[in-house]
Ligand binder design. Sequence first.
Ligand SMILES: Nc1ncnc2c1ncn2[C@@H]1O[C@H](COP(=O)(O)OP(=O)(O)OP(=O)(O)O)[C@@H](O)[C@H]1O
Ligand SMILES: [Mg+2]
Length: 239
Amino acid sequence: MLLEVDGLDLRYGATHAVKGVSLNVAEGEIVTVLGANGAGKSSLLKAIAGAVRPGAGTIRFDGKDITGRGAAARVRAGLMLVPEGRQIFVSLTVEENLLIGGYTRSDAEIARDVEAVFDRFPNLAARRGALASVLSGGEQQMLAVGRALLSKPRLMMLDEPSLGLSPILVDQLFGLIGDLNRQGLSILLVEQNTHMALEIAARGYVLELGALVAEGTAAELGADPRLAEAYLGATDDAA
Ligand SMILES: Nc1ncnc2c1ncn2[C@@H]1O[C@H](COP(=O)(O)OP(=O)(O)OP(=O)(O)O)[C@@H](O)[C@H]1O
Ligand SMILES: [Mg+2]
């Protein structure tokens, strides 16, 4: 297994956001984590990325226990998070945003890899010297993914990448995720777009109020009533 998460537990004060979650991602796999608002999806990814510290549990990446390592060390190891809401730097240019993605690298090939990202995203190449603030929402999401690619990840974690995108851009984005996967990138995808996520992922997990309530192949989860219940339950809470 490339990523093995065992018994991960995370609290923010009185909020028990992640309750003993175990999951894994094999080399070359696309795995999805599904769940309603507040289910703990982002908290789980942040803990795996090292942005927040879990109260209990272990995280192993490529066979090594990285639970105690900092976020930058995890990026160097090949574990990269594209956070919710993109978080690109709107006061920097498109190209500068990409270069930031290579900050943990010291090799001389960063410039070449920036060009490879521009080859993949002609819309970004056309605006390389422009401020990232001029990009559309979809282009900003592509920039966030492009920036993440600059760290040469082995596992890319995407937190609701389709949020706010038009259906056409969602299709493009999922096409990109599929391409990257076929080139060997392993992917852990958090989505509220259950249908799209189960179409692209081999396996998935369902979180409800911080706890895993179902796991299985995409086909199994698509037919599992607990998936719908996890979303309906949250609607009830919100009402
Ligand atoms: N920094 C924080 N401080 C306190 N509570 C937090 C913090 N971040 C998240 N929470 C709480 O932890 C729980 C899980 O939140 P989280 O953002 O992980 O859920 P999510 O599944 O990503 O939701 P969404 O679909 O809305 O992005 C929620 O109850 C949320 O209010
Ligand atoms: Mg979230």
